[in-house]
Design a protein. Structure first.
Ligand code: GLY
Length: 568
């Protein structure tokens, strides 16, 4: 690490934190997150991280801990943790084998390309975002069982019992959580046509439980994966959904399968980066962006410096332009991955980049624009005592998904249908355009930005990371890797550092408010960049684990949420 650079980064981070605390701090040691000897779980809730660690302590491995952590998030973090959604897993086994699992939701059999359009062909506001038609066929239970069956060592009952106990005994509501229950209360009432269990009366510090969810999990522990897709839970779920006008049937549930996928793997300096392949755009975009910035000496330019930001956002713009046009479910559309990821192609994409001015978005092909994605998702990383590492990002899409709450089952349903392009080729009601590659078709998976990522350094495991944040997921993962590798930050500092984002269109750099100096913003504006500091109060909530030189693990749990690292 370059000492001067490190010092300037630390000064910026400290000034930012002093702003909140109102007191000066001495600039000394790197600010590390939790450091542990052999194993760690970092997730959006302390209870979920603790349960994951408890499973590891029982002799389980990362894949057993995955099942427990993911279900504990469904209990304690209903905002994004789920049984009614889907996700992606990227793994690296202790022998270096890498792979990926896709448990993304699917469009129902009765869905069709124009299902969110009115008779004039216009997008009907809200139809793909709230209520029963927004719901895709959930993949989470299929995903955690498929991963655990293949790689796990404990039996499912042992794994799920602590989660069932947690759902019965309850957990303490945090301030952020209480605010969310309050803010979403009215829309919950409208969608569910009644007050639901999660409502504005829940206060910070209250202990709440979820016995319907405990019962659902008990049946799943007893009967296995098919309980959710073919059993009593499936029947109850379909009955509930159809009573709210859903087109999802028992056949949809019984046909759902999670799929092993080849992940995207590429080289950046001495790092080997492995991330999620389509139907997530994460791996391809991350690969494109990192290959485009690699020829530039970002380390010398400096962390969040004018030149670094310029190079990074220009690469982001070009990758997101390609994303919008070419990417979709690989089972349905041909993705020209080889070309999109070739060095010649990417070198050519950056040919018109200049430090003297912003490249206008409308001069960058491809001329179709990405669909709207909301920003509520959750990520967790696990490294076990055997050396297996996993990165998992899971989502309901929007906060509490479709807001439809299956009260007898104890969980929310996703609104992932909104991740399709409702009307390919024309602006939707957010003013954005989607592409044909991501149009709706029965059983198709909607395009995602989730980017669970594993990084190796000189062939050894180095980092596991990921984040929520919709379209900002890819750029948050990108910046966090560079924060560690190019700018020498610790895992915790890398996660805490202020973030920026450019997604081609709208033609602007989104920046976290109060994270960047006014002078820098003025310089960017004078070069033609439009800066938006109001769109995203926070960009991403990155959770990650880094291996230190002495072999110990450092957790980075994002200060922006209630995220917590637990290890031993
Ligand atoms: N729903 C957010 C994503 O999949 O990217």
């Amino acid at each position: 690490m370059r000492i001067a650079l490190r010092l300037s980064v630390v000064i910026v981070l400290l000034l930012l934190s002093c702003k909140h605390e109102g007191k000066a701090k001495k600039i000394e040691e790197p600010q590390r997150g939790l450091v542990a000897e052999s194993a760690m779980v970092v997730s959006a809730r302390v209870e979920a991280s603790q349960i994951g660690i408890a499973i590891l302590k029982k002799g389980g491995n990362a894949f057993d801990a995955m099942m427990a952590t993911e279900m504990a998030l469904a209990v304690t973090y209903p905002y994004a943790g789920n049984l009614g959604g889907g996700g992606f897993l990227v793994y690296r086994l202790t022998d270096g084998t890498k792979g990926a699992l896709d448990y993304r939701e699917k469009a129902p059999l009765a869905s069709n390309r124009d299902m969110f359009l009115d008779e004039n062909g216009n997008v009907i506001k809200g139809k793909s975002t709230v209520g029963s038609l927004a719901v895709g066929v959930p993949g989470t239970i299929a995903g955690i069982f498929k991963a655990q069956e293949r790689f796990g060592v404990l039996d499912v009952k042992t794994i799920l019992q602590p989660v069932i106990d947690l759902a019965n005994k309850g957990y303490v509501v945090t301030g952020q959580q209480a605010n969310r229950f309050k803010n979403y209360d009215s829309i919950f009432r409208v969608v569910n046509k009644k007050e639901i269990y999660f409502n504005k009366n829940i206060k910070k510090g209250d202990r709440i439980n979820n016995s319907p969810l405990a019962e659902t999990l008990s049946r799943i522990a007893e009967n296995g994966r098919d309980e959710f897709y073919k059993g009593e839970t499936a029947n109850k779920l379909v009955e509930f959904l159809q009573s709210h006008g859903s087109i999802i049937t028992l056949e949809d549930l019984s046909k759902y399968e999670a799929k092993w996928r080849d992940p995207i793997t590429f080289q950046y300096d001495n790092l080997t980066i492995t991330s999620m392949s389509p139907p997530s755009s994460g791996g391809i975009c991350l690969n494109q962006i990192m290959t485009m910035v690699e020829p530039f000496d970002l380390g010398d330019f400096g962390h969040n410096s004018l030149k670094s930001i310029q190079v990074m956002v220009e690469a982001e713009k070009r990758a997101y332009a390609d994303r919008s046009f070419y990417l979709g479910d690989p089972d349905f559309v041909e993705i020209p991955s080889e070309t999109l990821l070739s060095e010649v192609y990417l070198e050519n994409r950056m040919k018109d980049f200049s430090f003297n001015r912003s490249t206008p978005a409308d001069s960058i092909s491809h001329g179709e624009i990405m669909g709207y994605e909301s920003e509520e998702t959750t990520h967790y990383s696990i490294v076990d005592q055997f050396g297996n590492a996993i990165a998992v990002t899971t989502t309901l899409n929007g906060g509490y998904g479709s807001k439809l709450y299956a009260d007898k089952l104890g969980f929310f349903l996703n609104n992932e249908m909104d991740d399709f392009s409702s009307k390919p080729g024309e602006p939707n009601y957010y003013g954005l355009i989607g592409a044909e590659a991501n149009s709706i078709a029965p059983e198709k998976r909607m395009l995602s930005s989730m980017t669970p990522t594993i990084v190796e350094k000189d062939g050894e495991f180095y980092m596991s990371l990921g984040t929520p944040g919709g379209s900002t997921i890819i750029t948050s993962v990108f910046q966090t890797i560079l924060n560690v590798h190019e700018f020498g930050l610790t895992m915790q500092e890398a996660v805490n550092a202020p973030r920026f984002h450019n997604q081609w269109l709208p033609d602007e750099i989104r920046m976290e408010p109060n994270g960047f100096a006014e002078k820098l913003i003025n310089q960017l504006e004078s070069l033609g960049y439009k800066i938006n500091q109001t769109r995203s109060p926070v960009i991403g909530k990155v959770d990650g684990i880094l291996i230190l030189e002495d072999g110990r693990l450092e957790g980075g749990a994002d200060r922006r949420g209630d995220d917590t690292a637990v290890g031993f």
